[in-house]
Design a binder for this molecule. Sequence first.
Ligand code: SAM
Ligand code: SF4
Ligand code: SF4
Length: 331
Amino acid sequence: MLDRLRRPLRDLRISVTDRCNFRCTYCMPKEVFGPDYMFLKRAELLSFEEITRIARLFAQCGVRKIRLTGGEPLMRKDIDRLVGMLAELDGIEDIAMTTNGSLLRKMAVKLKKAGLKRVTVSLDSLDNERFGQINGQGVTADTVLDGIQAAEEAGFKIKINMMVRKGVNEEDILPMLEHFRGTGHILRFIEYMDVGNANGWRMDDVVTKQDILTTIRTRYEIEPVEANYYGEVANRFRIKGSKDEFGIIASVTDPFCGSCTRARLSADGSVYTCLFASKGHSLRNPMRNGATDEELLALIESIWGNRADRYSEERGRKGPRHKIEMSYIGG
Ligand code: SAM
Ligand code: SF4
Ligand code: SF4
């Protein structure tokens, strides 16, 4: 199944909740996501059975990889049960999760047993105070490091995501690289993106891929590494003379829309064909109104077939638009 730019559908990112126990300044700033914020109500969320049905139909359309995200996916009760249900699906080769890591100590073993293959843990600083400010809740970096250790003990393959923002955590680039060297966990630096409308994004706040490489080259000699597979989003590098790899996800300065094979499913059952989309297509409504599998498959095919999104390649050329928040459709 190809979209209008001849890109196949391969990955499905499922947001299982729009809630989070963090208030990262660049994602769910406290001023916007305060006590009065209207999160989705329980009845609006897809049940695990509904998510699994949709994932099965997506697998029939070519999806091979599923990533659970959010909000914070570990906030969704009994999420390991969903992992177990998805792991049974024909065609799904890989199930991963992106998490802030704060609840991993409690959940890692259960998730592993249920069939989760990989976890990506977000950590923006090793400095407890700075990290507490970034996540808006005073959660320490040590808590997340302990979650990473729990994931390690449970036997997961682990990646670490560090979002880099000017004037906030550039000074953590080298300490983070140093910390994760030799652990086998791949650290990926992420350019600060203009997702949603809540974070007040400005280009001036972006620490670019080139800035990140310049910082790293002050201490290390590095070399590029070939991409592992079609559609890999991170540019990969290795510290010369070692096996230590890191990645940079440069969606602002080096976009990768040409090989974007990802669809996103929001917690209330809408499909988004781009992280920067303004609107989604509800599958929940037809599903709850009794649509058959064939009808839902036809809907998915038409949504993907009509897709022509390439926001990051067009950034700034099309004027401002309303965009959906990251916490609603996941990273
Ligand atoms: N709560 C989980 C977590 O933080 O890992 C999963 C959802 S979170 C939206 C997924 C990823 O998006 C995180 O790694 C986070 O750092 C990243 N992210 C959120 N807002 C971003 C932004 N404006 N620019 C770049 N990355 C962002
Ligand atoms: Fe929560 Fe993840 Fe967004 Fe931080 S980045 S507020 S942890 S959803
Ligand atoms: Fe895919 Fe949209 Fe990101 Fe481009 S901007 S890589 S189309 S999600």
